[in-house]
Design a binder for this molecule. Structure first.
Ligand SMILES: CC(C)(COP(=O)(O)OP(=O)(O)OC[C@H]1O[C@@H](n2cnc3c(N)ncnc32)[C@H](O)[C@@H]1OP(=O)(O)O)[C@@H](O)C(=O)NCCC(=O)NCCS
Length: 197
């Protein structure tokens, strides 16, 4: 599946607030902790909706910078979990973070509940390594977490000059889907288009 990242909005946030995860994963139901998600100040730069190619909402992610540390948290829509989409989804969030927040020689950090071995497995697959264990107070009481990190080492993204635009590819009038193609440049463009809506 290909993913695009768009600014959060009221419709998306309300949908997400009603998502319900099965079993132990109900820990991630937003009804219990929707504060950051519903704070519109976060909607421009911190919290992003993740969309599929048909613009359907399939997840969301938060990209926080705190004391010069870059933190990621992410959530696939409940009905899409447990179907093998995790690696692609997490990789898309990491790649978006690197590009959108211009991460070069930095570290992406995340915290995951120890019981959430499904997520831990995916994070390891994408290159995160465990750095520490902590206990955090949560809405269900104290919970064991692990902290993980992934180093980013790449040259700064060169945004300008843009490659020449082949007008034939943008014609007839571009739609979200028609602009979206397999090239990295078009993918960035696709993201920007959605964020400007
Ligand atoms: C975390 C998340 C992105 C993982 O994606 P996913 O598509 O559900 O995971 P996958 O289906 O790809 O499964 C990943 C692996 O975990 C394994 N797995 C599933 N349940 C497991 C469990 N209870 N214990 C150990 N491994 C488990 C799967 O078998 C799979 O391994 P495999 O590929 O070797 O078979 C997704 O579940 C999600 O967003 N969940 C809701 C919120 C959340 O947990 N966010 C993370 C907060 S830190």
């Amino acid at each position: 599946m290909k993913y695009a990242f768009a600014a959060m909005n009221e419709k998306f946030a309300n949908d997400i607030a009603n998502w319900r995860y099965d079993d132990i994963y109900s820990f991630y139901d937003m009804a219990a902790d929707a504060h950051d998600l519903m704070d519109t100040k976060n909607w421009r730069d911190v919290i992003k909706a993740v969309l599929a190619e048909d613009a359907e909402l399939v997840g969301w992610a938060a990209f926080h910078t705190e004391n010069d540390e870059f933190w990621l948290s992410l959530y696939l829509r409940p009905d899409l979990t447990g179907k093998g989409l995790g690696e692609g989804f997490v990789s898309a969030c990491v790649n978006y973070a690197i590009s959108r927040y211009e991460l070069t020689r930095q570290t992406i950090r995340l915290r995951v509940a120890l019981f959430n071995q499904r997520a831990v497995k995916v994070y390891k697959r994408v290159g995160f390594i465990e750095t520490s264990k902590i206990i955090r107070d949560t809405h269900i009481g104290p919970v064991d977490f692990i902290e993980m990190e992934k180093h980013v080492a790449r040259e700064p993204v060169q945004f300008w000059p843009l490659p020449p635009i082949n007008m034939n590819r943008l014609s007839p009038p571009a739609t979200r889907n028609s602009v979206h193609s397999a090239t990295p440049w078009d993918e960035t463009h696709y993201t920007v288009m959605l964020e400007k809506q």
